[in-house]
Design a protein around this ligand. Structure first.
Ligand code: PSU
Ligand code: MN
Length: 301
């Protein structure tokens, strides 16, 4: 008996060395409001297909870590009430209890790596939270990036985090961070963070060469590709920063912490921007998925 279930289409594509892109499910169940979440989940899958690859949404369903959820399963993830947010530590429990679980970046990387998928698209990774000095809140995503051989395409890390410290931890863990046609780390909703990156890449072929170089040397762990959010919907960093500072303070006052914190902050930002942060979020995750598909194609070619 295995706790890993790979969809036939995904398994066939991997066996034939055709490109596959992993997608996470926490963004569907916990990161985006209903009913937009279902439309986004389907849209990301169709972006991957339009780019010539096979999508593999990862989640915990009926006692297995599923790589390649069906459309029915995506509907469940987007609509059922008590979907559990699953990071590495939660995986065995949610599998054993046969609960429905949405995988974060960390648990999605595990599913992708076990299935043999090298490229994964998401919105933003978790990282070191602001106020880390007192809370010790560091997302399990960072440790996973140091461990699993998966290229994670994201829009940097959300400015709800402490970005300079997040970058320090990534360096310690040996995770390369590649700016996609930029030298500045994007800050998820905002194109600018004020933090410069050491490495800029121009296209998918270049990323594929870097991935091969890393993994052929036996350097285990992920690579982060940081894509600036599309200009049309990106939010000004000054505006976002002020709203984040207020939301973080509010969460602190209300005692919201642990795994509840990220969804709470995202919801508050959505309210404070009257939905503009949601538009930005959908646009950037779509763009990241498009670029991840190009990278998966370059890697398999
Ligand atoms: N980025 C988003 N929306 C999200 C997340 C990231 O735009 O919902 C999720 C991802 O699944 C990420 C998780 O792995 O938040 C990190 O949660 P935490 O900070 O609790 O580790
Ligand atoms: Mn945390």
């Amino acid at each position: 008996m295995t706790s890993l279930r790979i969809a036939d289409e995904v398994r066939d594509a991997i066996a034939a060395r055709r490109p596959v892109v992993a997608l996470e499910s926490t963004i569907l169940s916990h990161g985006l409001p209903r009913p937009d979440n279902l439309a986004v989940g389907r849209r990301l899958e169709s972006i991957v297909r339009a780019g010539g690859a096979v999508p593999a949404t990862v989640a915990v369903i009926d006692g297995a870590l599923v790589v390649g959820a069906s459309d029915d399963e995506i509907v469940r993830l987007a609509s059922e009430p008590d979907v559990v947010k699953v990071s590495r530590r939660d995986l065995p429990i949610v599998i054993a209890r046969r609960a429905l679980g949405a995988t974060t970046v960390s648990a999605t990387m595990i599913g992708a790596a076990r299935a043999g998928i090298a490229v994964f698209a998401t919105g933003g990774i978790g990282g070191v939270h602001r106020g880390f000095e007192t809370s010790l809140d560091v997302s399990a995503d960072l440790a996973e990036l140091g461990r699993e051989n998966v290229c994670v395409v994201c829009a940097g890390a959300k400015s709800i985090l402490d970005l300079p410290r997040t970058m320090e931890v990534l360096e310690t863990l040996g995770v390369p961070v590649l700016g996609w046609q930029t030298r500045e780390l994007p800050a998820f909703f905002a194109r600018e963070s004020g933090l410069s990156l050491d490495h800029r890449v121009e296209g998918a072929a270049e990323v594929a060469t870097i991935l091969r170089a890393k993994w052929s040397l036996g350097l285990a762990g992920g690579v982060l590709v940081a894509v600036p959010p599309p200009i049309v919907s990106a939010l000004p960093s000054l505006e976002i920063d002020a709203l984040v500072t207020a939301a973080v303070e509010e969460a602190h006052q209300r005692g919201i912490r642990g795994k509840e914190l990220t969804p709470y902050l995202l919801t508050r930002l959505r309210e404070a921007t009257e939905g503009r942060s949601l538009v930005a979020n959908v646009a950037l995750v779509s763009e990241n998925t498009r670029i991840a598909t190009q990278i998966a194609c370059a890697l398999s070619g």
